[in-house]
Design a protein around this ligand. Structure first.
Ligand SMILES: [Zn+2]
Length: 121
């Protein structure tokens, strides 16, 4: 059995081993085992990378959009809060599982589990 591309499996929120089973059992909680191939999934961690990239991506997009709207239309500040705070919340809600799944699948693909961190080569 060939493993799926970690990026494709991650973008589809699927098991990085078979590419078919769902990765998450809740919003950001990874299943212990895949329902389809029974691969152990709970041992790999994606670390802080999904949050860092979500901050960078959303920060760039929302600050850029806010600057554009401010320079172009000069709306009152309350309108900025009404526009950008929900955009940030909704953007984070959709982006975090996607990024976590991609980083998890890449770590799984390259076998970068926590058990390798302390080993001497
Ligand atoms: Zn699987």
């Amino acid at each position: 059995m060939t493993r799926p591309s970690p990026v494709i499996a991650g973008l589809l929120l699927r098991c990085p081993h078979c590419g078919k089973g769902k990765l998450f059992k809740s919003y950001l909680k990874v299943k212990d085992r895949c329902d389809v191939c029974s691969a152990k999934l709970g041992e790999t961690d994606s670390g802080d990378a999904p949050m860092v990239f979500a901050i960078l991506i959303l920060g760039f997009a929302i600050v850029g959009a806010a600057l554009f709207v401010e320079l172009r239309y000069m709306p009152p500040y309350w309108l900025h809060a009404v526009l950008w705070l929900p955009s940030l919340a909704v953007g984070s809600w959709f982006l975090l599982p996607l990024l976590k799944s991609v980083f998890y699948a890449v770590n799984y693909h390259y076998d970068a589990g926590e058990d390798l961190t302390g080993r001497m080569q």
